[in-house]
Design a protein around this ligand. Structure first.
Ligand code: GUN
Length: 280
């Protein structure tokens, strides 16, 4: 069964962002992503480090603002407000999840939508739902670019997404719908899940549970996109039982080296969109 190599597709997008960053710098604008990291969650530390490395390689300035795990909502919001006002900053990303005492929604609400390179602000979510131009969440757009790179037909096809998060499931449903798929979103309360997933030509797993998708849930020949990043016995694994599903699926994205790579590439691309809108 063919594997969809996120890594090589992502490399092309990263190279494109690097070219755009170079052109931007030549016009006197240094593209700048500010990342806000609260606390010391090990997963978040790794994600943020990877984002920093990717920015550096692409010629995008990144700065990480670290706040203690016990910081207050007001402290966090005042950092974001300062970044909103800072003309040298083009993109703002608040790494999620936040410690439990902080409201993710409230902090996302105050990010300037023009700097919201995560595409999480309600203005950008609304634009996506209405088919207007705006920032689109990186993982969701990354999945679309991966499907595109592999010439996977979408129009008229049945797409099933397992997971209804604002970060992945919902925005990806909007994008697949805009590409003329027939879209179903499944979640923890869905009845007869297997019957639904077995109808999918394109099956997306964004559940957050290791080995959740088994071979009996997959239509033979289906394209299976694994968005999961779970730690199992110290190893990074997806939401799909790859050993089983690779026998049934037509295509499968690997973990690591699949969708995760695309997420970072799309973050660079969104940051360049933000920087180019500034002063052009
Ligand atoms: N945590 C997990 N994925 C993401 C993401 O795409 N953006 C942010 N800000 N936090 C995350």
């Amino acid at each position: 069964m063919p594997v969809m190599e996120g890594r090589s597709v992502a490399e092309r997008w990263k190279a494109d962002a690097a070219n755009r960053a170079k052109a931007c710098r030549a016009r006197g604008i240094v593209p700048h992503l500010a990342v806000v990291l609260v606390g010391d969650d090990p997963g978040s530390q790794i994600y943020v480090r990877n984002k920093e490395k990717a920015c550096e390689k692409a010629g995008i300035l990144s700065s990480v603002i670290r706040l203690d795990a016990d910081c207050t909502q007001e402290e966090l919001e005042s950092v974001v407000k300062e970044l909103n006002e800072d003309e040298a900053v083009h993109g703002i990303l608040v790494q999620l999840p936040l410690p439990g005492h902080l409201s993710e929604q409230r902090v996302i609400d105050i990010i300037d939508p023009k700097k919201d390179v995560d595409g999480f602000h309600a203005v950008n979510a609304g634009k996506l739902a209405c088919g207007q131009k705006g920032f689109v969440p990186c993982t969701a757009i990354g999945v679309m670019k991966l499907l595109e790179a592999y010439d996977i037909p979408i129009r008229g096809r049945r797409a099933v997404i397992i997971g209804r998060s604002n970060i992945v499931g919902k925005p990806l449903a909007m994008l697949l719908l805009a590409a003329d798929a027939t879209v179903t979103i499944c979640h923890s309360k869905t009845e007869n899940l297997k019957e639904i997933t077995r109808q999918a030509d394109i099956l997306v797993a964004a559940v957050g549970r290791a080995n959740f998708v088994t071979a009996d849930m997959v239509k033979p020949g289906a394209v299976v996109i694994d968005v999961g990043t779970n730690r199992l016995n110290g190893k990074l694994v997806g939401d799909v039982n790859a050993e089983e599903v690779s026998q049934t699926a037509g295509y499968l994205t690997p973990v690591p080296g699949g969708v995760g790579q695309m997420t970072i590439a799309m973050l660079l691309s969104n940051t360049m969109d933000a920087a180019e809108q500034y002063g052009f």
